[in-house]
Design a protein around this ligand. Sequence first.
Ligand SMILES: Nc1ncnc2c1ncn2[C@@H]1O[C@H](COP(=O)(O)OP(=O)(O)OP(=O)(O)O)[C@@H](O)[C@H]1O
Length: 594
Amino acid sequence: MTVDASTTVAEAESSQRDTERLRVMDLLGPVRGRLFLGTAMAFVSSVLGLLPYVAVAEIAALLLTGGARSAVVWWVVAGVLGAAGRLGLLVVANFVTHYADADLQRHLRTRLARHMATVPLGWFGGRGSGELKKVMDDDIEDMHHLVAHAMLDVASAVGLPLAAIVYLVTVDWRMTLVTLALLPLSVLAMRIAHRTMPARMAQLMDAQRRINNSTIEYVDGIQVIKAYGQDGGAYRRFSSVVDEFCDVLAAWTREAGKAMFANMALLSPASVLVVVLGAGTGLVAAGWLQPVDLLPFVLVGVGLPAPFMTLLQGTQSLRKARVAAQHVSDVLAEASLPAPTRPRVPSTYDVRFSAVDFSYDGSNKVLNDVSASCPQGTVTAIVGPSGSGKTTMTRLIPRFFDVTGGAIEIGGVDIREIPQHELLRRIAIVFQDVVLVRDTVRENIRLGRPDATDADVEAAARAARMHDVIEKMPEGYDTVVTGRGGVLSGGERQRLTIARAILQDAPIVLLDEATAMVDPENEVAVQEALSELTRNRTLLVVAHRLHTIAHADQILVLDGGRIIERGTHDELVERDGKYARMWFIQQMTTEAVQ
Ligand SMILES: Nc1ncnc2c1ncn2[C@@H]1O[C@H](COP(=O)(O)OP(=O)(O)OP(=O)(O)O)[C@@H](O)[C@H]1O
């Protein structure tokens, strides 16, 4: 049996479109009823909008042919009622859809935020904040056209022309065909010009997403970039993203411009008037049409294409809205971290890795058959060359990602059986990149335990050797800090996050490079803060500088995702393997510096 490739591709595209439509309809679900109501009102409003034109045409005909005065009055009333009804209904329909849009925006933002709370934490690491901001903000705003305008435009574009065609056919079917003659041409021109539009719009939105990310990266990193004299290179990278966006925008504008021009030329009142008057005069001259019957075509027919123009002008916004809806629905379709079927919570806090495999991309193993036991209340240090999987190993414990093979247990309970909030409550994480939220110092520390009193917060700050620093700040504990810490030094920011972790009082602590990049004076304070944090807890620490973990209860040496050595510092130095080499190199470097 042979398979027709073009049919298969077409089927695949059509099924993808169906899926997209289903997804968009699912997004609109909460306001679907109101959208239908608004659309129905817009349809009736559009039909009513024909009445004033018909009234003028009929009144003119009555006056020219000496018709009854009462009929003229009735047409005047009908015309005025039609105009008022059209306007009133359209206003109400717009209210209905705009309120629906506001509700939908609130609903989607909340739904996105709730969903993001359920996806694996590691998912966020792969995305720039610009990209997430775009989905939460810009994409939802871009959906405005879809919700508030698109259906109304369609209803208006269908209602008035349909009613007009019915009316015009009753006057003269041949002239009706003449009046509509330009429409198929316009649709054809539009189809040709728009053949590449969906792809161009997707490119445009992609380029916009890259600009968003690169702007945030550029602005965020500007201090470091300048400090390293790399502003030229960074600027070139940023401006190449901007150039790329401009190119895509120019291509899109050319494409859209062609389509717009073709339509404006074909559907403008002047073009329609030329066709109607030309053909109409011919029909009158041939005696096939009464001169008075030409009036409805001039009055009604000329305005017929206008709603199509509105519809066509809206197609770009509609396309943008659909791509935006697709982004929103992609994020909502992101798989949640599987919730435990039989939730359990551990009562002891040793951490055990049993034959753990892990891969970020599904093929390359970053961790390979890792087994280790970290007894409760002990310190396990993880060391190894860059890229050996140290950070990944610690990230798996709070389920930033789920293991792809084997299992991790806390107190004998598989972490996948522990409800996520219970798991995170039991693990204090001091990240490599210290992140604060834009709030007061007090609330930044209180994040560790939202119900903590001010006295608890202060006690944690004292333990983290931060109290004196905070007291000297302009507004003490009420000083607002930014995401990058504002006036705080690197070491102070770290101690603030350590205070947060101390307040959390979690039985398991994960430290990743917590003491890197601080000056010696700060390092002493950070080390003191850390020893407060880690006392009597199960501690897993990722370290590069081996002297900080020489007293660890056990050291795991990772290389290429496998544990190649394990033991205490003395045992490993004795073994004269990889750890011993790393130790001696660091010793020599330290001595050389001193
Ligand atoms: N989010 C991610 N997506 C894909 N690959 C990743 C991700 N995070 C890390 N990796 C890759 O996994 C491997 C192990 O990275 P990991 O950060 O765990 O190593 P590490 O030993 O902590 O390195 P370093 O000491 O440099 O911090 C590396 O090859 C890294 O490029």
